[in-house]
Design a protein around this ligand. Structure first.
Ligand SMILES: Cc1ncc(C[n+]2csc(CCOP(=O)(O)OP(=O)(O)O)c2C)c(N)n1
Length: 1072
């Protein structure tokens, strides 16, 4: 039979060969039927694009075989037609797909043929023979002759082969829809409940009648035009399948069986959307090759032992603390062996550092059995009498992080595991983990992600619902953000708290979001531990082969309620009736291994009692723990930065000034193009020229001040990373850190990297249009090392609120919750400049409201290093600099401080070019430092007793105030003091200021509305400073709902009104 088919095929090929040689061409009968099939396949099978097809065929055929390049060429000589060799059924399909995409890409004869067929040409009339090329004009083609004979055998053969190919492809694309993924068998892991019409599902096979009917539908019914009698016919397998193993042809019955084995059992593979043939082939090979999923007895025993640990750990906690929340893993115990398999396999492939992020579910188990945190450290956390030894407020046990270096027993290689601490806010840690991973890769020169990798765990509801998942996926392939592949593991227990998937997502799977980055998705029934292990192995191999993201979807169930106290039957009665009947996976797997003789019952029981004993002993030891050290739960230690006790090495900060030479050198590089033959834009030449003049005049503007700060830190070996939307040029076109050659595409130059011979690298990167994701990422990057200045700049300050979760959950309280310091800098453009409600306010009130200093308590002002102590105690630093020089100092101080705190800087917009917003080199020389307060230094300061009013302000409004004061000639009567560091509040310096002007009224002036800006923060603190001896008046805009008016005239009127208030010395009299 097989030989016969071969002969047929040869005949067919020969016929086809002659088809275009115009003499003996033959045409297959009933082309319309075939086209119907082709069209159906094309629509249903999501055809490869023409370019994919190009790759497919060019990569899989011998060199002499056809190439698509020739086919696509309209004028290709007939003799060169690829038609002369290869599998013709493939060829026809290939032609059709190419034609569908672009009719001009195929030979004219095919174009005419497909057009005719599509237009409904009667059978046998669609084909028009091509004319000799010598006649090759279009009019000649138009005169093509009608068709001749028919060869029924060839016709049927082509049809059948096409049908079988389509069938194979259908399983590859849609087999996962009928895979048996749900251990409960009730709610489907796949919400698309339709069974694809073009495959035969295993479920159908359970019922013979249904199976027969379905087969009839697919065959006699005409879906593929196959007949039931075809089941035993042998078909050549295309190169796009591996089901044959060593064989290149199989009977149809066996083809279907093998496809079902590969795609419709406990693993559902989604990959056919991937636009890369090599990757698709790789996956097909991993899942289709017969017998590929084999485990040695040793591997099976390891798997069983890991399941024992996972299961018994939860049972132990349940026994000891039955009324404590722990968000147990019951129903997905397989997660532990799954993670361990991913780690083992990755370690085998060279990875030695794995950074993980995960939510609450199973976290304690992962800490205990994957990261190997000492059990007593975990158990003692359940003791409510345990005292906290560290500063800070701490966090609940299932949020804490961990860092551990150990030997991987399977590979005998060192491995470091880190679990990043996270808040309750699901998925918020995703970008943080990515950023930390990127940083660790960066610092160890791992440019391809071969040594450091990330694993992210997700719940099904959160993975589908939280937008940050999407934002994080979109960072995965960006040059400055890629971590070269993350393995995502979804604990898909088919419920989110009380909400089932039908109400929780619109996509069939919770994992569909991963498709946007072409990540393969492996769904697997979590009650089949071997299938899970296999999938995890493949996922780890995928990552180390292609360095791209991959998703493992562990379809499981949740044995208890959302937590151990929760009653699930209120809302999911049927599901939980089924769950009650569900045998635990450990028991099921143990029975399988016992029946296979891999272990015997006593061995299994021995494994259990061994682990139970380990838990009991640790429990006993845990009772000796009286003090909880949160620092033992640190996910990112900074060796060498602190003393062994975790204290700063000093409590001082050196001068942040620089020598004139350094300033001049940086200034000169900043105003030049440090590479040869590089043409910059004319406008930029002018900008650089102006910079050069500033340097000559020993002056800096904002951009130059930033340059000086960055450039000098790079010299000192501090890596700098500036990230955010359009930061390379700067939203306001002031920065220009990346120069673009105007004549050569993508040729760029970063002068900052040409400053010093052995400088640290400078990374400046335009980010994706994301705040939540990118800020989280940079926070993670900053977490890895204290010796880097990591800055995130918002396009406008108000956009930070789409990243509010990172600010509220990580940046503001991170140290208090997790004793982990972080020196990230947020640059938030801010200022009321008539640009409307958005683009005006970076919402300083929000940051100030979250500062941890007490408004009502005056600190001990005479304390040595008062300012540094204050900084050490605060949760973050909030500044609004009014001069470039001060901006320069605060950036440098961020690194020269002996500890790290987040720094929030409200940065200017119009001040970037304001002629008065300049600083002299004198303000930046050795001995100078950041000025927390800039006191009045004009006439008012000469005769302070005469001053009637002392205005306190911050930021840009200072320039409006000085302009107005000059216009009103009130320099003697009104003093203006700038508060540059708002938090921690400079009580000491402000007390001096208030005391200097004994006869002055005090007023706070701001351009923001009264319920916004700084007023609510500053007023009580100023009052505390002066021991409430005087009122602190307000000069500013009235309260409002929106941050700014959209009307320019109103804006100016409001501004004038606040200036009038500030300088009308009678205004407040009526209130006194
Ligand atoms: C951003 C956010 N919104 C809401 C919650 C409250 N919450 C805690 S767990 C949970 C359900 C999570 O379901 P799933 O992601 O499937 O994980 P599971 O608990 O089932 O493991 C919800 C809604 C939260 N923690 N974070």
């Amino acid at each position: 039979m097989f030989n016969f088919l071969r002969n047929c095929q040869t005949v067919f090929q020969n016929d086809c060969t002659s088809l275009h040689s115009q003499q003996n061409y033959t045409v297959v009968r009933d082309f319309r039927t075939r086209m119907f099939h082709l069209r159906t396949c094309a629509a249903k099978l999501r055809p490869l694009t023409a370019s994919q097809t190009v790759k497919t065929f060019s990569q899989n055929r011998p060199a002499a075989a056809r190439t698509f390049g020739q086919i696509r060429c309209y004028t290709a000589p007939v003799a060169a037609e690829p038609f002369l060799s290869g599998t013709s059924s493939n060829y026809v399909e290939e032609m059709y797909y190419a034609w569908l995409e672009n009719p001009k890409s195929v030979h004219k004869s095919w174009d005419i043929f497909f057009r005719n067929t599509n237009a409904g040409a009667p059978p046998g009339t669609a084909y028009q023979s091509p004319l000799p090329l010598s006649l090759g004009s279009l009019s000649a083609v138009a005169r093509a002759r009608p068709l001749v004979e028919v060869q029924p055998n060839v016709d049927k053969l082509v049809e059948d082969h096409l049908a079988v190919q389509s069938l194979i492809r259908a399983y590859q694309i849609r087999g996962h829809h009928v895979a048996q993924l749900d251990p409960l068998g009730i709610l489907d892991a796949d919400l698309d409940s339709s069974v694809p019409a073009d495959i035969i599902s295993s479920t159908d096979k359970l019922d013979l009648a249904v199976f027969k009917e379905r087969l009839r539908m697919l065959t006699v019914g005409g879906f593929y035009g196959l007949d039931e009698s075809d089941l035993d016919k042998v078909f050549h397998l295309p190169t796009t399948t591996f089901i044959g193993g060593q064989e290149s042809a199989l009977p149809l019955r066996e083809i279907i069986r093998r496809l079902e084995m590969a795609y419709c059992q406990h693993i559902g593979v989604e990959f056919m959307f991937i636009n890369d043939l090599e990757q698709c082939q790789w996956i097909r090979q991993k899942f289709e090759t017969p017998g590929i999923m084999q485990f040695t007895n040793e591997e099976k025993r390891t798997l069983l032992a890991r399941l024992v640990r996972s299961t018994r750990f939860e049972e132990f906690l349940q026994r000891k603390w039955s009324s404590e929340k722990r968000f147990g893993l019951e129903g997905c115990e397989v997660l532990i062996p799954a993670l361990k398999t991913i780690i083992d396999k990755s370690s085998e492939n060279g990875v030695d550092y794995v950074i993980m992020g995960m939510p609450h579910r199973g976290r304690l188990n992962v800490l205990a059995n994957v990261i190997r945190k000492e059990l007593e450290q975990i158990f003692c956390q359940f003791d409510s009498k345990l005292e906290a030894a560290d500063e800070g407020s701490g966090d609940v046990k299932y949020h804490l992080g961990m860092y551990h270096r150990r030997i991987n027993r399977v590979t005998d290689r060192n491995i470091t595991l880190s679990l990043v601490a996270n808040p309750s806010h699901l998925e918020a840690a995703d970008p943080v983990v990515m950023g930390k991973t990127k940083a660790e890769q960066f610092y160890c020169g791992d440019t391809e992600g071969k040594k450091v990798m990330s694993i992210l765990l997700h719940g099904d509801a959160a993975f589908a619902g939280q937008g940050i998942v999407y934002e994080t996926f979109h960072l995965s392939d960006l040059p400055s953000y890629t971590t070269h592949g993350t393995v995502h593991v979804v604990v898909n227990n088919q419920i989110g708290f009380t909400t089932d998937p039908r109400m929780a997502r619109s996509s069939p799977y919770p994992t569909d979001v991963a498709r946007v980055v072409n990540a393969p998705i492996f769904h697997v029934n979590a009650d089949d531990p071997e299938a899970v292990m296999y999938v995890c192995k493949v996922a780890a191999e995928w990552r180390s082969t292609f360095h791209k993201d991959v998703v493992v979807d562990l379809v499981c169930y949740r044995r208890n309620g959302h937590n151990e106290m929760d009653e699930p039957m209120f809302t999911q009665p049927l599901m939980y009736k089924q769950i009650r009947k569900q045998k635990p996976v450990l028991q099921k797997y143990a029975e399988v291994l016992v029946s296979q003789g891999v272990v015997n019952q006593p061995e299994y029981e021995e494994e259990i009692s061994k682990y139970d004993k380990i838990c009991e002993e640790a429990f006993t030891r845990s009772k000796d723990e009286k003090i909880l050290h949160i620092k033992h739960w640190l996910d990112s230690p900074w060796p060498g930065f602190f003393t062994l006790d975790g204290q700063p090495r000093s409590m001082t900060c050196p001068s942040t000034g620089l020598t004139e030479d350094i300033l001049t050198h940086i200034g000169n590089v900043a105003s030049s193009v440090p590479v040869e033959d590089f043409t910059i834009h004319g406008g930029l030449s002018r900008i650089l020229k102006t910079r050069g003049e500033l340097v000559k005049n020993r002056t800096v503007d904002w951009a130059l001040a930033e340059y000086m700060a960055f450039g000098s830190l790079l010299k000192e070996g501090i890596h700098i990373r500036l990230s955010g939307q359009d930061v390379e040029r700067g939203t306001f076109s002031h920065r220009h850190h990346v120069l673009h050659d105007q004549n050569v595409d993508k040729r760029t130059c970063i002068p900052m990297n040409h400053l010093w011979p052995n400088q640290a690298p400078y990374t400046v990167c335009n980010s994706s249009l994301s705040e939540y994701g990118v800020l989280g990422f940079e926070l993670g990057f900053a977490m890895a090392s204290p010796n880097a200045l990591v800055l995130w700049e918002a396009q406008f300050g108000d956009f930070h609120n789409t990243a509010q979760c990172i600010i509220d959950q990580f940046i503001c309280p991170g140290q208090a919750k997790w004793v982990r310091q972080n020196g990230i800098v947020l640059l938030l453009p801010h200022g009321m400049e008539g640009m409307g409600p958005e683009h005006s306010s970076a919402r300083p009130e929000r940051f100030l409201q979250m500062c941890n200093d007490d408004p009502d308590v005056l600190p001990e002002l005479t304390e040595a290093n008062f300012d540094i102590n204050q900084l050490y105690d605060c949760n973050w630093v909030v500044v609004n600099c009014s001069t470039p020089g001060n901006f320069f100092h605060v950036l440098r101080r961020q690194i020269l401080l002996p500890f790290r705190k987040p720094l929030i800087i409200f940065t200017p917009k119009s001040l970037l070019r304001h002629p008065e917003a300049r600083s002299s080199f004198d303000e930046m020389l050795p001995g100078t430092h950041f000025q927390r307060v800039i006191p009045e230094d004009g006439p008012a300061a000469q005769n302070p007793e005469n001053v009637k009013r002392l205005l306190f302000c911050t930021g840009k409004v200072y320039y409006d105030l000085t302009r107005e004061r000059k216009a009103r000639d009130m320099a003697e009567q009104v003093a203006i003091t700038r508060i540059e560091q708002l938090s921690p509040f400079p009580f000491d310096l402000l007390l001096q200021e208030a005391q200097r002007y004994p006869n002055a009224e005090l007023a706070w002036c701001q351009e923001e509305h009264k319920n916004q800006g700084y007023y609510d923060y500053v007023k009580p603190r100023l009052r505390t400073t002066i021991n409430r001896a005087k009122p602190v008046w307000y000069a500013g805009r009235d309260p409002a709902a929106a941050p700014a008016t959209g009307n320019k005239k109103t804006h100016l009127t409001e501004l004038q009104r606040l200036l009038d208030t500030a300088f009308d010395l009678d205004t407040f009299k009526k209130f006194s």
